[in-house]
Design a binder for this molecule. Structure first.
Ligand code: BJW
Length: 246
């Protein structure tokens, strides 16, 4: 299967990689549907990542994000991020991750659908954005005084309009879309591979488990992204006769 996918990718001028939490798993960043650890084991991340949770208990939600931010300070891009950053050809990364690890690995064309953990924004309408605060409680907005919150997209909130438009254009115009390490459950990101299929663009999937997309993927590689992507890149290089000095 990997050879068949590499054969297609070796001839592709434009590839899109749609990435999810599974891509950062080997870096030590917990996925959303993994059991959480320690203090957070009794909370469901899906219930903390909502504007309702923040309105109800801003301190609880802020503390969860402070814990995740502290984890991020200790992690590094893994071989999956690096394989995408060193992709042999043009690749656009569309990521649902908020950890910035694709950019830290060196990827340049990255579309972030769900925001960034290293920024805060005003929870009211004034639109003020600041670097993430290390305060123990949500600080007041320097412009309007409302509480600041992490600059990420919660359930029920719209994705950044330009990022979503760019992502749609990228998948529709690609020669191949790879869906990597995502459960393919959270919309509208989960709809992007289906948009590609509707436009006649073939889709491949890399995941440790089957997802709702698996049956539609022309190539389905079952395995860890940090192992499968480097092998895929090596197979593409071999097909192209590239010689890469690591
Ligand atoms: C590996 C691996 C390895 C592991 N290698 N693989 C019914 C009720 C309420 C809402 C809805 C509803 N129906 C639809 C909705 C809409 C909702 C939605 O989709 N809900 C579904 C859950 C049903 N969507 C939204 O609300 C979105 N907004 C929206 O629709 O707005 C409409 C609107 C328009 C106009 C005005 C106003 C509104 C927003 C969605 C935002 C999602 N936000 C989060 C939090 C981000 C911030 C943060 O980080 O805290 O984004 S939720 C969470 O899920 C996070 C992720 O980016 C996202 C996707 O998760 P992902 O990446 O797929 O991770 P996992 O953990 O689910 O999966 C990991 C996968 O990796 C698994 O498959 C593993 O097998 C695999 N894996 N290790 C390879 N080593």
């Amino acid at each position: 299967m990997i050879d068949a996918l590499a054969g297609h990718l070796a001839g592709a001028a434009s590839v899109v990689a749609l990435t999810g939490a599974g891509v950062s798993a080997a870096s030590g960043v917990p996925t959303f549907r993994d059991a959480q650890t320690g203090l957070w084991a009794r909370y469901d991340p899906m219930e903390l990542a909502t504007p309702e949770a923040f309105a109800r208990d801003p301190q609880l939600v802020w503390s969860w994000y402070a814990w995740r931010r502290s984890l991020l300070a200790r992690v590094w891009p893994n071989d999956a991020h690096i394989a995408l950053a060193e992709w042999p050809g043009r690749v656009t990364v569309i990521t649902q991750n908020v950890d910035g690890l694709h950019q830290r690995a060196g990827s340049k064309a990255v579309i972030e659908l769900h925001g960034r953990l290293d920024r805060d924004r005003c929870s009211a309408v004034c639109g003020t954005r600041t670097p993430a605060s290390a305060a123990e409680s949500p600080p007041p907005c320097p412009h309007c005084g409302a509480l600041m919150r992490p600059d990420v997209v919660w359930f029920g909130e719209a994705l950044p309009e330009q990022a979503l438009a760019d992502a749609l254009a990228a998948v529709r115009g690609a020669d191949c879309v790879l869906s990597i390490g995502t459960s393919s459950l959270v919309r509208p990101a989960a709809e992007l591979p289906w948009e590609a299929l509707a436009a006649g663009v073939p889709v491949g999937e890399i995941n440790t488990e089957a997802t709702l997309l698996t049956g539609q993927a022309r190539w389905s590689l079952r395995g860890r992204a940090d192992q499968t992507l480097p092998a895929l890149v090596a197979a593409i290089r071999q097909r192209r006769g590239d010689h890469h000095e690591p």
